[in-house]
Design a protein around this ligand. Sequence first.
Ligand code: ZN
Length: 366
Amino acid sequence: MLSNKQKSSNLEAMAEMLRNLTQEDFQLVMELVEQSPVPLNEDPQIDEGTPCCPHCSSNHVHRNGFVRGKQRYLCQECGRTFGQTTGSVRYKSKHSKETWETYLEAFALRLPLRDAAGRCGIALSTAFFWRHKILDALSNGKNGLLLSGQVQEDETYIQDNFKGNCNAENNLATRQKQERSPAYKTHRVTGHRHKRGKATHTRGLSKQKICIPCAIDEQGRTLSKAAGRGMVQPAHLSFALSSHLDDDVVMVTDKSRASQEFCDLNSLPVVQLKAGIKGCEVRGRYNLQKINNLHSRLKGLLAPFRGVSTKYLDNYLAWNGFEAENPGVGRLDLKEMLLDRMQAIGRCSTYLEVFHKPPLPFPAAG
Ligand SMILES: [Zn+2]
């Protein structure tokens, strides 16, 4: 048996060969595959008989007894033990696989939490926890991402918001009220009195808007990150993008000084286009259409929430990225993709990590 790493490099090589085929040859290959008498192999990770080690992806594993009625395995390569759900989103969850599948479907359909909780027979708080467990996994999946080729970059701004920060601690375990100053007092810059929602008296771009640099590359891979407050600064762009740009990147941005400075600072080639209300400039193969689509998609995704808490913003950005990276995919196919993705996420977030998410670490400029 091949390890997962070898397998994926083999598959990549195969995909490369297929891409280089002419249309006719490609059709021929497809016909041969369909006529093949051998049944197509199932992914061993999904087949419950032969799991791979989630720590080192080796297939060399032995059964290692049961814990609470569930089979454990011992990896012969790295010597660590694991269960059927180690490394998946269901790790340490007491709910069944079926409940999780129903939830992932509700998630893919973008159902409101209350509906999702009803369908799965789980509590509302559990539904919220699961949403952010999934989103944390999608967000962490972006850590090693490298954008390459033509990278369109632009910022969008979202009102800061402190929904649900005040009582989170008081509702947990002890149920005793703790003296704790709510986040809107410590983090909102103007001392605005409302706990949540909009600062209605401030219009336009102000320090109460969170600056979100977004980028999308030629392959359609996206990166969006809440980076700070107010008008975009080069530091915001460095915070969001610098570790995610490959050597061959050509930045395509609007005519903002911050992006000019950021590109100069990192010696990146840049094409700056005029972006207006009447549509953006297109110069040769350079345009800002993909990034504008990403922004309008984000507005659409966030609209029903009437504001999301700023500390969860990165998670919603990852959600938007996931949907944008799979355009034109039906909601139910999206569920299948999520199901696959959630099998191998490495480490999954705990209840406390989700409910006690700290305010976002903004760079000094923010
Ligand atoms: Zn191992």
